[in-house]
Design a protein around this ligand. Structure first.
Ligand SMILES: [Zn+2]
Length: 213
């Protein structure tokens, strides 16, 4: 039985603080751990992250094997394939929380900002559509995350699972140099609400340390 979306978010935030404040993190790779996941998986969160080699969800959330269902691709885009993986996790594995995780210094965002016109490759075109005329890299990164957030919230399976099972979605902005994740939509997460105005979150600076855990 998977934990609730709220509990999952608290667990991720707590794990990230442990990562931020620790000089070393050890992961349990014991034979007992391997054996415990032999029969199946029960991840408590889905994380849609960038392929950037500095963004390693299991490490930055101080999570163990079997804890996080990770979907990675350049620019953390929430495309149809990513949504298919989200649908699998929330309907088959009982996972209640989805995180769209952007990060500082993202090369996919930089490429979109430096490209004139619509862009030649799929990733640049998708990011440019998400960020519009934005020129600031951090704000553009957050707009791209918010586009992904909306894609998750618009997904029919997600909406059904949100209504019936309490599945939720949040955005997280990972500051690579600090090792900190700022959950931008934490305050008004996360139930499906087509009228939710997320543009305000673009104004938030990253690196905000949560105080309520
Ligand atoms: Zn990136």
């Amino acid at each position: 039985m998977s934990i609730s979306a709220e509990e999952a978010l608290e667990k991720l935030a707590k794990g990230n603080l442990e990562y931020h404040y620790s000089s070393s993190i050890t992961s349990d790779v014991s034979k007992e751990m391997m054996s415990s996941v032999r029969q199946g998986q029960d991840p408590f969160a889905v994380v849609i992250a960038c392929s950037d080699s500095r963004v390693v969800p299991e490490k930055i959330f101080n999570a163990e094997i079997g804890d996080i269902f990770v979907i990675q691709g350049a620019g953390n885009l929430v495309c149809d394939v990513a949504l298919g993986s989200v649908e699998y996790a929330i309907t088959n594995l009982g996972t209640k929380l989805v995180v769209v995780l952007g990060h500082s210094g993202c090369g996919a965002i930089r490429a979109a900002l430096e490209t004139e016109g619509p862009g030649r490759d799929t990733i640049t075109r998708t990011v440019k559509a998400a960020i519009g005329g934005e020129t600031d890299r951090e704000r553009a990164t957050k707009l791209n995350m918010i586009a992904g957030f909306r894609n998750v919230m618009s997904n029919e399976t997600f909406r059904r699972m949100a209504a019936e099972e309490g599945v939720g979605v949040v955005c997280g902005y990972y500051k690579v140099s600090l090792g900190l994740v700022d959950f931008l939509s934490k305050r008004s997460m996360m139930r499906y609400d087509p009228g939710l105005d997320l543009s305000a979150y673009v104004e938030l600076s990253g690196g905000e340390i949560p105080t309520n855990i």
